[in-house]
Structures are given as C-alpha cells and as structure tokens.
Design a protein around this ligand. Structure first.
Ligand code: IPE
Ligand code: IPE
Ligand code: MG
Ligand code: MG
Length: 335
C-alpha cells in the first residue's frame, strides 16, 4: 500500500459523535438504568454487570444521530435509542451462551457467574423491556422497524448456527449471516431515529443504508479482530471464532488460499475441533500470511465508503461529519 492510499483511508473515530450526542446519551443512559429495575434481584444484578461494563453504545448513538441529522428538535428518539441498546444487550447475553464465550466487555461473561439459564431469561427480559420502551415512544412505524429487526437478528443467529461450521460456506451466505445478525440492527437503529424525527422518505432510506453498510463494515472488522486483535483491548477473547470452529471471512479466504496443502489442518482444527493454542497461532499466521486478514479489512473499507456515500444527500454539518468519522472508525477500530 503506498502513502497516498494510506492518506486516502482516514483513521476515523467515534469521539466526535460521542461528544455531539453527549447530552442525549446521558439521558439515554439514565433511561437504561431506570428500566433495568425489577423486584426480582437477579435481573438488575445480571443486567448491570454487563451494562455497567460499558460498551461503545454505537447503536443508540446511531438512533440519536440519525434523528438529529434529520432535524429532530424534540427528544422522541431517546426512548428508541434506549430500546435499541436493550435489544443489543439482550442479543449479547444470548450470544455468549450460544458461543460459550468467557469474556465480554472486559468482564467475566454473565453466564459463567449466574448460569446459562439466568442469562437467557434476563436476555428475554431485556428484549421485552425494549418493546415496552418502543411502545412508549409512540411511533407504530419505528416499532415495526425494530420488531422486524429483532426477528431478523434471531434468524441470523440461527442461520449461523446451522451453516457456520461449513468450511465451504460461500461469501454471499457469510454476508447474509452478518447482514442479519449485526447490520440489520445498525440499519434499524438509524432508520427508527430518522422516522422519529419525521424525516422525508429519501432521508429515512439513506440513513437505513448508512446503518446497514456500517454494520457490515463493523462485523467484518470484528471477525478480523478475532485473529488480528488483542484480548486486553477487545474486552473479549481473541480466538473465540477459531475455537468454536466458526467459518468467518478471514478463515474462509485463508482456507481457499492455502488450498489442498492445508486441507488436513483445517479439517482437524475446524471440523473436528481437535486443536491446541499452537494451532490457533498457526491459523493466525496463515490468515495474515495469505493476505486474508487484509482482504477482510479491504472489504470493510468498501462497505464503510458505501455508508458514507449514502449520506450524500444531507447538508455538510457536524452530525454528518461525525457519522462519516464513525464509518471510518468501524474499519480501523481495535476495540
Ligand atoms: C458486539 O458489538 C457484537 C457484534 C455485533 C460484533 P459491539 O462491539 O458494538 O459491542 P459493545 O456494545 O461495544 O460491547
Ligand atoms: C454478534 O455475533 C452478533 C450478535 C450478538 C447478534 P458474534 O458472536 O460474532 O460477536 P462477538 O464476537 O461474540 O461479540
Ligand atoms: Mg459471540
Ligand atoms: Mg455469535
């Protein structure tokens, strides 16, 4: 890559958006904490364990930013933003049980403390609370968008469960899976924000497209970071996908590029799940050495650029620039 290409690929940051949306997000956080309350003590305890650990809050930021970019002056988007983070948090609780992950947001995964059953049931509680908030927000259309996204996320997780151990998985099916399990919520978060602001249809469509493309870029990098990232900064264990035998794009590309020479290695480690830490290091070397990691990053850049293009119809202002910065951040993030 030459210097010009590096300059043409900005680093990005979520900071400008977090700063612009600071006051709104403080109110969203208050709503989140208030709505965790329940007379059943394990519910707030388990949910707080995950929510107090932080997280980037990208999806509610998207809802707020979409509403403000579309000109919202009232606070109708805030309940929707809190609902979106509740949906995300619910999926994380469920996902860590399904994936057998031990670390989330730098803390021991909730299911290892309270058990898988409690984690799943508190996830259900958070989903239900999310829908209460959506109803209170009072927009039938936003409710419809987020309800549909919730069922698509579940479909994506189930599709992944049934297909992701297939080492011949084609790239389109992989993209369908990450589109459903991740990008759909990014899309719905932005779309619902725009709807709550009463934005014209073409702006609603543009913000949905921004969210969807951002979500794909985001998950591609997430899958790259499972090999190229560091547990300490990620707050979740690098190598989880490999240990699980999950066929993500970096792996699929490396399998294709190493060809017949490594078939036995991939079969043993990924299909039979007969693997050691040294096998993970070897897989990582091949993923880097074949350029599979770089290619995944390049594809993420493509989707981030598509996301930015979708914002073309908005006037050049602070909110638009902050969203563009967020798209670049999705590609370059290490956290
Ligand atoms: C984690 O999402 C789940 C994926 C879709 C990869 P985030 O990386 O946004 O999680 P938090 O909320 O910041 O912890
Ligand atoms: C995240 O999937 C998507 C959802 C939670 C729906 P992953 O399993 O790929 O994400 P991490 O790596 O656990 O965050
Ligand atoms: Mg997972
Ligand atoms: Mg998963």
């Amino acid at each position: 890559m030459d210097a010009a290409a590096v300059t043409a690929s900005p680093a990005g940051s979520a900071e400008p958006l977090s700063r612009l949306a600071g006051a709104d997000m403080a109110r969203v956080d208050l709503l989140i904490t208030a709505r965790l309350e329940s007379p059943v003590p394990v519910i707030p305890a388990l949910a707080q364990h995950l929510i107090a650990a932080g997280g980037k809050r990208l999806r509610p930021l998207l809802t707020v930013a979409a509403a403000r970019l579309a000109g919202a002056r009232d606070n109708e988007c805030l309940k929707l933003a809190a609902a979106v983070e509740f949906v995300h948090t619910a999926t994380l609780l469920h996902d860590d049980v399904v994936d057998g992950s031990k670390l989330r947001r730098g803390k021991v995964a909730a299911h290892l403390i309270w058990g898988g059953s409690s984690s799943v049931l508190v996830g259900d509680f958070l989903f239900a609370r999310a829908f209460e908030l959506m109803v209170e927000a009072g927009s039938m259309r936003a409710l419809h968008i987020l309800a549909k996204a919730s069922s698509i996320i579940a479909e994506g997780e189930v599709l992944q469960l049934t297909r992701a151990h297939d080492l011949n998985l084609d790239q389109q099916t992989y993209l369908d899976i990450i589109g459903a399990k991740t990008a759909e919520l990014f899309a719905a978060a932005a779309e619902a924000g725009a709807v709550s602001a009463g934005a014209p249809e073409r702006e609603i469509t543009a913000l949905r497209q921004f969210g969807f493309n951002l979500g794909i870029a985001f998950q591609l990098v997430d899958d790259a970071l499972d090999y190229g990232g560091v547990t300490e900064t990620l707050g979740k264990n690098a190598g989880d996908d490999f240990r699980e035998g999950k066929a993500t794009l970096p792996l699929l590309l490396a399998i294709a590029r190493t060809g017949a020479r490594e078939t036995a290695f991939w079969e043993r480690t990924m299909t039979q799940l007969n693997q050691t830490d040294a096998d993970f290091r070897r897989a990582r070397e091949m993923i880097i050495g074949t350029g599979a990691l770089q290619a995944t990053g390049d594809l993420s850049r493509h989707y981030a650029d598509e996301a930015k293009t979708a914002l073309g119809l908005f006037a050049d202002n602070d909110w638009r620039r902050a969203l563009e910065d967020l798209a670049d951040f999705a590609v370059t993030r290490v956290t």
